[in-house]
Design a protein around this ligand. Structure first.
Ligand code: FCA
Length: 330
């Protein structure tokens, strides 16, 4: 009897120590998620969905905003000092690529990128770093097609319309997005000389507004406009600029990319503005799935795919809720 008791106690202790180790391990898994513009709704959504993954799997998520290279480098050191094992980053500058890779290695951190892919000194993508981005050219084409469809619905002819290309050409995905849109405009009769570049200093609404205002003032004779850019903020900037120079909502067709609150708040306004649509992309895939993939890499030694490109779906004022539901982000 005594022997049996001892055996039972030993067994219970063994079970106890195994579960203790298991939960200690889950608690010890720490993953970083650094974004370049923490105030932008898209990035807040990415964080929100990454938090969901952390809750489900029981790891700690460390979120840091890094608006410039200096902040990013110290954020990576900070993660290392906190005992984080790996991180996901949307960098403020893709040209920092080799520096980011070196910093991550020095801190013994696994590295994945999201949205904006790192480039090397030669300008080519650093293919060894696992990346999740959007299918930029295709999504740009969907923007271009949405603009053309709306032009047809309004009875506009291509040669009476000006196009504002809100641009951020130091970022390859931004170039692919706007060039995708332009290819469809051109295929539908748009002339290159009616497409005007509006380079923004930053990828936010204010910078886009400033850039687009310059274009509108330089071509005050044109009364019908379309606009596109790398995200909703870029297009909202162009739409706000058109309003400020007196172009009515029915004189502007802006189509963005994103579908987070920046776009949704615009659709919720009681009267339609020149922001007619957005190609909604998935912060769930970019936040939840990247975080899960990093967790699998850190905790289960399962390496993520090197490149995942996600798709988008066009939404307008009247159907955005349905489209969001379809993407599982409502
Ligand atoms: C880039 C843009 C963001 C978002 C993301 C998917 O990082 O700056 O607004 O569009 O790609």
């Amino acid at each position: 009897m005594r022997l049996l008791k001892t055996a039972l106690v030993a067994g219970a202790l063994a079970v106890l120590s195994v579960t203790t180790i298991a939960s200690a391990y889950a608690q010890d898994t720490k993953i970083g998620f650094i974004v370049k513009q923490p105030e932008e709704p898209w990035f807040q959504d990415e964080w929100k969905f990454a938090d969901q993954a952390a809750k489900e799997k029981g790891f700690t998520l460390v979120k840091i905003g890094a608006e410039d290279g200096e902040k990013l480098m110290s954020a990576i050191d900070n993660l290392g000092a906190q005992g984080v094992q790996g991180f996901i980053v949307c960098t403020p500058d893709v040209k920092l690529g080799p520096g980011i890779v070196a910093k991550a290695a020095a801190n013994n951190l696994k590295l994945m990128t999201v949205d904006d892919r790192l480039v090397g000194a030669d300008g080519k993508a650093l293919e060894e770093v696992p990346h999740m981005g959007i299918s930029a050219t295709k999504i740009g084409e969907a923007v271009g097609q949405a603009i053309i469809d709306e032009m047809k619905a309004r009875g506009w002819k291509a040669d009476e319309v000006g196009a504002i290309r809100v641009s951020y050409d130091q970022l390859p995905t931004a170039v692919d997005r706007v060039e995708g849109a332009i290819s469809v405009l051109k295929a539908n009769g748009f002339k290159a000389e009616n497409i005007f570049d509006a380079p923004q200093a930053k990828t936010d609404t204010e910078a886009a507004l400033n850039a687009a205002t310059v274009v509108l003032n330089a071509h005050a004779g044109i009364k019908k406009w379309v606009s596109f850019g790398l995200n909703d903020e870029a297009v909202l900037g162009a739409v706000r600029a058109s309003e400020s120079v007196g172009i009515p909502a029915d004189g502007m067709i802006g189509v963005g990319i994103g579908g987070a609150d920046s776009a949704i708040n615009e659709f919720k306004k009681p009267t339609a503005t020149g922001f007619v649509g957005t190609v909604i992309i998935s912060p769930k895939r970019h936040g939840y799935e990247t975080a899960l993939n990093m967790y699998d890499w850190v905790a289960n030694n399962k390496e993520p795919e090197k490149l995942i490109l996600t798709s988008g779906a066009l939404a307008k004022r009247d159907d955005y809720q349905k489209v969001r539901q379809g993407l599982g982000i409502e």
